[in-house]
Structures are given as structure tokens and as C-alpha cells.
Design a protein around this ligand. Structure first.
Ligand SMILES: [Zn+2]
Length: 505
């Protein structure tokens, strides 16, 4: 199979196996400074897909999810707006040292990390979660901090060359945490000898200002963090990464990927992992913004569709393609149908179209087993007709499936998220048109949904009515409105005998 016929997780797995040594390590990181959104979801779904693909080849693989909670707390997310007054004094401190105003987690950074871990469980992501502050506290970054301090001029030169930006005179490889105010965003190193350093806390970073304190520290105190462009290559050495991806923004010219590579090969003199890049995850065509939020986040969508469908939606596109999430009811329903169709694709077929291969592979990466058999839309239709889950089970002949999807369907109904065609009340009219009466009278017991659907077209043709008009008359007769769910499904769900009786035929 050639690369272009494979799902991206498969060819990346092949590359890892070919070029790196077992046990393979996938790493990936995230600053948990706000609610998980679709982009951050990909930060752990993508490595998890590669892990699955490597393991499918019978190889051992580990995935480290690095929570960068030693980063500075730089803005209050919209979701925490109500705690703004409590949170603002902590701006500039490491996220792991900001209290969680809800009291649920150890810290503000942990609050959103815990949320991410919770989602990883729901999405069946098998990752070893690393709180990066613990790694710093345990001294695991010390070796590299000392190395960068020793080679500070060379490191700075590489950073400037690869970023295309000249750094300030007081640029340093490390950011001390101020002993007096606890901020990490406002300090700068004044002098250093490779182990000990002096610093001043006087920077103005727009969202907060330093306290003016002048102090000293040493690497062995573990009260520092390495600057991002050096911290990133350092962690890849610490975890022994075989592969790590990043969004396109890190991979542009001047992005941190260029720095990471040049630092690893040119300064640290180490092997480079396999990098890969992925496209932007957009929401209704726009990039997600932490401060603005934007409605219909993961926590909302996960109430409407099972996690395997969200996974499918994010894993199906090409890796570098921009994915635009637009969760309108019509689009979500189309995605559900696409997912349901993917279960029927036979991957062993030689001449499978590329698009079907992608669908089937994305499906396999999303779930081990299809948890329902009857189509979601049929179940919704049955419920709208009978308002009785037992009846839905009987008609769909899918007891377990209905149980599994029930909470999601209830959400569609309660939130009034269903498209207009699925919002109706069955109200048969005895005063229906001649066409409707004639058509219904011709229906035979035992016809299935497709047969009924086709019969509408045949009837329209024979009687010289536009099919559209015929459908309209039928919907009016059953629902008192011009449109509705698929007619064949509607009539067979009601039962042909009942339909005749209800219309007085
Ligand atoms: Zn300070």
C-alpha cells in the first residue's frame, strides 16, 4: 500500500518503526490554561491514533502527555469570568501555583488538566500524564538548564537565527520564579555562572508587572523554567521522543519547530525525533480564542453525540488539512450518518476507494466496536412518533443501541436541537387530498421504507404530479406541515395498516 492510500496514522507509524528504536515514545504537550477545545482535543487524539497504529504492528509504544503547567497564567478564560477578581492578582505566576477558584483541583493549571484527563478517559486515550512542574521540582530538567546556561550565547544565536527575531540584551535560557511575588512572567536574569544566577523582577508584560524584587537562586533550587524554545527540545531528550507533532503555527518559518531542530542537532548534538504537523482546527471558520470562548465547545457537543463520532470527525481528514468544526444540527446528523456508513466498509477489499479507506480507518481508530445497529435518525423518528423508548426499542430492534444512544437523543430533543424536519407531531387528517388517499390505498403490507419511498415517485409520475408536490401533500396529511422526515421511514414506522386507518381509508 502506498503512502497516499494510507491513513496518516499508518504511514507515520511505519516511519517510526523504520527509523527509530523500540520501545517507541510519542510525546506531546499542552498548556492547560483554559477549557479543552477541539484544537486541544487533537493534541491528544492524534498521538493516541499513532500509538494505536504502532501497536497494530505488534510494537511497544508509550505516549507521554506533557502538561505544561509551569507556564505563566496570562489571562482569565471566559469560562472563569465569575472569578476574575480572585484570579487577577495571580496573573504572571506559574499555572500550577495559581489557586483553583472552584476548589475542585490542586491549582488553576490542574483544574483544566483534570478536565483534559477526564476527556481522555471518555475518549479512551491511553497516555501517561506528566505534570511538568513535578519534573522540574525533581530536577529532571536541571542537566539541560545547566547546559543551556553554559552555552547561552550559542543557544541565543540559534534562537535568533531560527526565529528571525533579535532577542533583548537580557535574554536568558531560564525564567526564574520570583521569590517575593511568585511570578515567572516578570523576571529576568542579571548574571549567571552556569549554576547560580541573580535576577530582578521588573518586567512589564502588559497583563502584569514585576514587583521590583532582586534576588538570587541556583539551578538546584528548582525555582525556574527553561524558556519555551529550549524547554521543548529538552523535554524530547528527557522523554526520549521518537515522534512528536505540532500545529502548523509552530511549523511556519520562524516557528519553534525550526528552533527545536537546530538546537537538538546543532547544540545538543542529539538525534532528532520525527516531527509531523497538523492543520488548524477551526470553529465555524475561525481560530479558537481562549478569551472569547465561542459556543458549542466539546462539553456541549459531547452531550449530543458519542465520543467515538467526535473522534471520527477529527481523525478522518488529512493530517495537514484545516478542519472546520461547525456543529449545526444538520451537519452533526450528517456526520452521524457518515460514521454509521463507515462501519459497513470492508477494509480487506482490494479496490477500495481512497475516501472509503480513510473513512474505515478513521472508524477503526475511533472505536473498537459499533455500539448501535439501527440508524440514529430512525430512533429519533420513532421517538418523535411515539414518545416511548420501549416502542423505539421494538421498532428499531436494537435494545442495547437505544439504551446507549438514549441520553444523546434526549439531549437533542430537550435542547430542541433537532432540525425542523424532525420536529413534528403526528396528526393524521381525514380530510387529505385525493392524491394522498389514492396513494395510501395502493400501499401494500410488507413494503419497506425504500419501497414506499420509490412508490411516491412512481405514483407522482403516473399521475403527472411533481414528486415534490406529492411529498408536500403527504406531509400535510400526516403532520400538518409541508416537510418532515423521510416519507418511507415515516410510513413504515407507523405501519401501513395504521396509516390507512388513521386517514380513514
Ligand atoms: Zn516579583
Amino acid at each position: 500500500m502506498t503512502e497516499k492510500h494510507m491513513h496518516w496514522s499508518e504511514w507515520l507509524a511505519e516511519k517510526v518503526i523504520e527509523e527509530k528504536k523500540e520501545p517507541y515514545v510519542i510525546s506531546g504537550g499542552m498548556t492547560t490554561s483554559g477549557p479543552v477545545h477541539y484544537g486541544t482535543l487533537c493534541e491528544f487524539l492524534f498521538p493516541s491514533a499513532i500509538k494505536k497504529a504502532i501497536e497494530k504492528n505488534g510494537k511497544k509504544c508509550k505516549y507521554y502527555f506533557v502538561a505544561d503547567i509551569l507556564d505563566a497564567f496570562d489571562s482569565v478564560p471566559l469560562a472563569m469570568e465569575e472569578y476574575k477578581d480572585q484570579l487577577e492578582p495571580h496573573l504572571g505566576k506559574p499555572l500550577c501555583n495559581v489557586p483553583d477558584p472552584t476548589g475542585k483541583s490542586r491549582s488553576f493549571g490542574d483544574h483544566y488538566l483534570d478536565e483534559a484527563i477526564e476527556l481522555m478517559k471518555r475518549f479512551e486515550v491511553d497516555a501517561e500524564v506528566i505534570r511538568v512542574n513535578e519534573y522540574y521540582e525533581a530536577g529532571k530538567f536541571d542537566e539541560w538548564a545547566r547546559f543551556f546556561l553554559k552555552h547561552e550565547d550559542e543557544a541565543r544565536k540559534i534562537v535568533e537565527e531560527t526565529s528571525g527575531k533579535q532577542e533583548k540584551k537580557d535574554w536568558s535560557a531560564i525564567m526564574p520564579i520570583c521569590e517575593q511575588c511568585g511570578k515567572i512572567a516578570t523576571t529576568r536574569v542579571l548574571s549567571q555562572d552556569g549554576e547560580n544566577y541573580t535576577y530582578i523582577c521588573d518586567k512589564d508584560v502588559k497583563y502584569t508587572k514585576g514587583c521590583g524584587y532582586e534576588g538570587k537562586g541556583s539551578i538546584s533550587d528548582h525555582k525556574y523554567k527553561i524558556v519555551w524554545r529550549l524547554h521543548w527540545p529538552a523535554w524530547k531528550q528527557i522523554f526520549g521522543s521518537s515522534i512528536e507533532g505540532a500545529g502548523i503555527d509552530h511549523h511556519t518559518k520562524g516557528g519553534s519547530e525550526d528552533t527545536c531542530k537546530a538546537i537538538t542537532l546543532g547544540l545538543m548534538k542529539k538525534d532528532y525525533h520525527i516531527p509531523y504537523r497538523y492543520g488548524f482546527i477551526l470553529f465555524k471558520g475561525k481560530k479558537y480564542s481562549k478569551s472569547k470562548g465561542r459556543g458549542m465547545g466539546i462539553s456541549d457537543v459531547i452531550k449530543l453525540i458519542p465520543p467515538e463520532i467526535i473522534k471520527y470527525m477529527l481523525l478522518k481528514p488529512d493530517l495537514e488539512e484545516n478542519v472546520d468544526i461547525d456543529p449545526t444540527s444538520e451537519k452533526l446528523l450528517r456526520t452521524i450518518e457518515d460514521f454509521e456508513g463507515a462501519t459497513k466498509i470492508d477494509l480487506s477489499k482490494e479496490d477500495l476507494a481512497r475516501s472509503d479507506r480513510k473513512r474505515a480507518t478513521a472508524f477503526n481508530l475511533s472505536t473498537d466496536k459499533m455500539k448501535w445497529n439501527a440508524p440514529f435518525l430512525d430512533m429519533i423518528l420513532y421517538y418523535q412518533l411515539y414518545h416511548d423508548w420501549e416502542k423505539v426499542k421494538e421498532l428499531s430492534q436494537d435494545l442495547e443501541g437505544v439504551e446507549y444512544l438514549k441520553p444523546y437523543m434526549q439531549e437533542w430533543i430537550e435542547q430542541e436541537y433537532l432540525p425542523d424536519d424532525y420536529r413534528f407531531k403526528y396528526q393524521p387528517s381525514k380530510e387529505s387530498s385525493e392524491n394522498v388517499k389514492k396513494f395510501v390505498a395502493e400501499l401494500k403490507d410488507g413494503m419497506d421504507a425504500i419501497a414506499v419511498h420509490n412508490a411516491v415517485f412512481e405514483f407522482a409520475k403516473e399521475n403527472s404530479i411533481a414528486p415534490k408536490e406529492m411529498f408536500k401533500e403527504l406531509y400535510m396529511a400526516f403532520l400538518g406541515k409541508e416537510r418532515g422526515p423521510r416519507m418511507g421511514k415515516l410510513i413504515t414506522a407507523l405501519g401501513i395498516e395504521k396509516v390507512k386507518k388513521d386517514l380513514g381509508i
